[in-house]
Design a binder for this molecule. Structure first.
Ligand code: WT7
Length: 667
C-alpha cells in the first residue's frame, strides 16, 4: 500500500528534487527563497499586499496585537468582499468577462453535459444586487444578522454568499452532504434567522431531495424564521410552508432588473462568515473569519500559488461547503476577476473521465483537487485520461490531506505531462488561506513528490518537539505558526475560551495546527497527518468523538469508540467498536441500522468503514479510550510500540485488551 510511508514519515523522498526547465523566469534555489522569505515576516509586508485591494477607508493599524491571541488585522480600514468580487470589475473590461462556467451533472445520450451555464461578472453583479434587495426588503436582513446556506454546487450559491457579504450579514454555509441534525446544530449555534436552500440536485445520477432535509432541520432550529428555496430541479415538486418558505425565483422576479444595493462599508475585522469544523469534542467549532485579513490572504495566494492571470481558466474542484470552496471557488478567484469552472456532480459520472473531459472542453489551465480524488481517478487507469487533451494545464495543486509520492507522480506525469508545477498546499479551515506550498507565481523552488514545500512569504511556520524546541531536520514534530497572519481565525463562535485552549495553549502563544510534520534538510515541510483525535477522511476533518456521540445516541448502543485506520484511497477511514446495551442482540440488521444512523445523524462521510460489536471498550484508569490499542488491532501492528504509550494503563492491561479485542472481532 502506497500510503505506508506517509503517516510515519518513513520512505518519503526528502532528497528527490525535480527542477522544471520550462519555468525559468521564476525558478530559484531554496536559499534564494529563504533569503527573501526572512524579510517578509512583518506586518509591513502584509500591508503591501493589502494595499493592492480596494478599501473604502485605509486602515490605521496593520496589526492590533494588544489582546493576543485575538489579533485584528488592518484596524480602522473599511472594506466589502462583495464589492471586491463584483463592483470593482464593473469599472473595467472584465465586466463582460465570463466569471463562472457551470456544468450540471446530467449528460445526454452522447455523454455531453445537458446543462451548461456561463455567467459573466455583470450577470453575477445583477443577480447579487437583486438578491441583496430581496434579503433586505422582503426579509429585513441587516448588517450583523446571521444567515444559513444549505445549497448544492450551483452558481446561486456564490450569488447568495456575495449578496449576504454585500449587506454585511454573516453567513454560514453547511455542506449539502450533511444531515438534518448537523444542519440544525449549526443553525442553532449560529442563531441563523434565515436559511437559503434548494429543492434538490443531482449527485451520481440520482436526485437528492435537499428541501426535505432542510425542513427537518428547520423544525429543530427555532431561530430560523424563513427559507428561500431555489428551484434547481424545475420538475421536482416539494411542499412549501405558507408564510415560511419562498421560491427564490418568485422573489427575484419581484426585484427590479436593475436593482442596486450599496455595498456596506464594513470594518476590516467584520465577520464575513462562520464555518463549522470538527475538533476533539462532540460539537463542531464555528470558526469565525474576518473580512480584510481574509481577502488579503486570498489575494496573495491566488497570485503566488495559482499564478492567476486573465487568460487562465481556473478550476478548484472542491465543494463550496468546505473552506476550500469558500476561499478558492468564491472569494479568491472572483476577487481576481478570473474565469473559473464549477461542477455540480461526481467526478466519476457518467464515466471516470468526466473531469478530464471538462478540462479539455474549457481549456482549463490551473487545477486544484484533493489526493483522494486523484487516487480514485488513478485507480480507473490511464486510458480515461488519454482520451483527452490536457495540454492546456499549466499548474496543478492538491489539498486536504497528505499526498503519497505515488499519487503525486501520477498527477505530475499523467495529468500534467511532466511539465506543470505540482504542489500540495497545506492549510486548514482556521487559516483561511494557503500557508505552506509551492509558489509558481512568486518563485518556484525544486519540486519533491509529496512535500508541502516552504512556508509562504509572511508565514512563519515551524516544526517543534514535544517541549516546544525546534525539531531537528528529519524528525517528526508538531506544526505551528509562530506569527499572526491575515486570514487567521478571529475566534470560535460563542466560545472564545475554547479558541485560546485549542490553538494557543499547547505551545504558549503560538498557533498549534494539530498536525504532525517533518522539516527536511532544505526546510521543506512534510505534513504527516493529525496529531489529535481528529480523522481526515477523504480530505475532510471528522472528530472521532463526534462519531462516537452519534453511535451512543442510538437506543441499542451503550458505548462506542472510533479510530481512524489508513485507507488506500480516502487516506483514512473511521472504524467503530460498539458495546451494545444489555438485552440487545448483535445482528447484521442492527449493524446496517447503525451505519444508517450515522449517515442520518451526521452525514454519509462519517459512516464507519466497519462496525465491530465488542463486550467492552478498553480504557485507561483515567477513563480514556485506549485508541492506540484499537488501532493496533485493526492495522495488525505489533503491540511492542504501544504498551508504554497508553497513559496510566499497565502493560498487562494493554496486552489483555489487545488479545480480547482481536479474538472478539476475529481479525
Ligand atoms: C487539516 C485541515 C484546507 C482545506 C481542506 C482541509 C490536513 C490539509 C493538507 C496537505 C497534508 C493536509 C491537515 C490539516 N491537510 N491540507 N496539503 N497535506 N495535510 O481543511 O478540514 O480544516 O482540515 O487537513 O491535517 O490540519 P480542514
Amino acid at each position: 500500500m502506497a500510503k505506508k510511508g506517509v503517516s510515519s514519515g518513513e520512505n518519503l523522498p526528502f532528497g528527490e528534487k525535480i527542477v522544471l526547465d520550462n519555468w525559468n523566469h521564476k525558478n530559484i534555489g531554496v536559499e534564494a527563497y529563504q533569503d527573501m522569505h526572512r524579510r517578509t515576516l512583518t506586518p509591513e509586508f502584509w500591508e503591501e499586499v493589502a494595499n493592492e485591494l480596494d478599501w473604502f477607508r485605509k486602515w490605521e493599524l496593520a496589526l492590533d496585537d494588544s489582546n493576543p491571541p485575538f489579533y485584528r488585522w488592518f484596524v480602522g480600514g473599511e472594506i466589502n468582499a462583495s464589492y471586491l468580487c463584483l463592483d470593482r470589475h464593473m469599472k473595467s473590461w472584465r465586466k463582460n468577462k465570463v466569471a463562472i462556467i457551470w456544468e450540471g451533472e446530467p449528460v445526454d445520450g452522447n455523454g455531453n453535459p445537458r446543462e451548461v451555464r456561463k455567467l459573466t461578472y455583470y450577470d453575477l453583479y445583477k443577480q447579487v444586487n437583486r438578491l441583496a434587495t430581496v434579503l433586505k426588503r422582503n426579509f429585513g436582513i441587516r448588517k450583523g444578522d446571521k444567515v444559513g446556506i444549505y445549497m448544492p454546487m450551483v452558481p446561486e450559491l456564490p450569488i447568495a454568499m456575495l449578496a449576504l457579504a454585500r449587506i454585511g450579514a454573516t453567513f454560514t454555509v453547511v455542506f449539502s452532504g450533511f444531515s438534518a441534525d448537523s444542519l440544525a446544530e449549526r443553525m442553532n449555534d449560529a442563531e441563523a434567522r434565515l436559511l437559503i436552500t434548494a429543492n434538490g440536485f443531482y449527485r451520481r445520477g440520482k436526485i437528492v431531495n435537499l428541501k426535505e432535509i432542510a425542513d427537518e432541520a428547520v423544525e429543530k432550529s427555532p431561530t430560523v424564521k424563513n427559507m428561500i428555496v431555489l428551484r434547481r430541479l424545475p420538475e421536482m415538486d416539494i411542499p412549501m410552508q405558507e408564510g415560511r418558505d419562498y421560491w427564490w425565483e418568485d422573489l427575484m422576479a419581484g426585484a427590479p432588473e436593475n436593482a442596486y444595493i450599496e455595498p456596506e462599508p464594513l470594518p476590516s475585522e467584520f465577520p464575513l462568515y462562520i464555518l463549522y469544523t470538527s475538533g476533539t469534542t462532540g460539537k463542531p467549532k464555528g470558526i469565525v473569519h474576518d473580512t480584510g485579513g481574509y481577502m488579503t490572504i486570498l489575494h496573495a495566494t491566488m497570485k503566488w500559488v495559482f499564478d492567476i492571470k486573465d487568460e487562465d481558466v481556473f478550476w478548484c474542484a472542491a465543494d463550496i461547503g468546505w473552506v476550500t470552496g469558500h476561499s478558492y471557488i468564491v472569494f479568491g478567484p472572483l476577487m481576481e476577476g478570473a474565469t473559473e469552472i464549477m461542477y455540480e456532480g461526481a467526478p466519476t459520472f457518467p464515466e471516470p473521465d468526466r473531469w478530464w473531459s471538462m478540462i479539455e472542453r474549457y481549456g482549463t489551465t490551473v487545477f486544484y483537487t484533493s489526493p483522494t480524488a486523484i487516487r480514485t481517478l488513478m485507480k480507473f487507469g490511464d486510458q480515461w485520461v488519454k482520451r483527452h487533451d490536457l495540454s492546456t494545464l499549466r499548474i496543478l495543486h492538491s489539498v486536504g490531506e497528505p499526498i503519497n509520492p505515488e499519487a503525486w507522480r501520477w498527477y505530475f506525469e499523467t495529468i500534467g505531462y511532466g511539465r506543470c508545477p505540482v504542489g500540495s498546499t497545506w492549510w486548514m479551515t482556521e487559516t483561511g488561506g494557503i500557508m505552506i506550498s509551492h509558489l509558481p507565481g512568486y518563485a518556484l523552488i525544486p519540486l519533491k513528490p509529496g512535500t508541502n514545500g516552504l512556508p509562504l512569504p509572511g508565514i512563519n511556520a515551524d516544526v517543534l518537539t514535544e517541549d516546544g524546541k525546534p525539531a531537528a531536520a528529519g524528525d517528526k514534530g508538531y506544526l505551528v505558526l509562530k506569527n499572526p497572519w491575515p486570514g487567521m481565525p478571529m475566534t470560535i463562535h460563542r466560545d472564545p475560551d475554547k479558541f485560546v485552549e485549542t490553538y494557543f495553549s499547547r505551545f504558549k502563544g503560538l498557533y498549534y495546527a494539530g498536525d504532525y510534520a517533518i522539516k527536511d534538510d532544505d526546510g521543506y515541510i512534510w505534513v504527516l497527518g493529525r496529531a489529535d483525535e481528529v480523522l481526515n477522511v477523504a480530505g475532510h476533518r471528522l472528530g472521532t468523538y463526534e462519531i462516537e456521540s452519534s453511535l451512543v445516541g442510538h437506543k441499542a448502543v451503550a458505548e462506542a469508540a472510533v479510530v481512524g485506520v489508513p485507507d488506500e484511497i480516502k487516506g483514512e477511514v473511521p472504524m467503530a467498536f460498539v458495546v451494545l446495551r444489555e438485552n440487545v442482540d448483535a445482528s447484521e440488521d442492527l449493524r446496517k441500522d447503525l451505519h444508517q444512523w450515522v449517515r442520518k445523524t451526521i452525514g454519509p462521510i462519517a459512516d464507519p468503514g466497519k462496525i465491530f460489536f465488542v463486550s467492552s471498550v478498553p480504557k485507561t484508569r483515567s477513563g480514556k479510550i485506549m485508541r492506540r490499542v484499537l488501532k493496533a488491532v485493526l492495522t495488525q501492528q505489533s503491540l511492542g510500540d504501544i504498551t508504554t504509550l497508553e497513559d496510566q494503563a499497565s502493560v498487562e492491561e494493554v496486552k489483555e485488551a489487545y488479545r480480547r479485542l482481536k479474538s472478539e472481532i476475529g481479525e
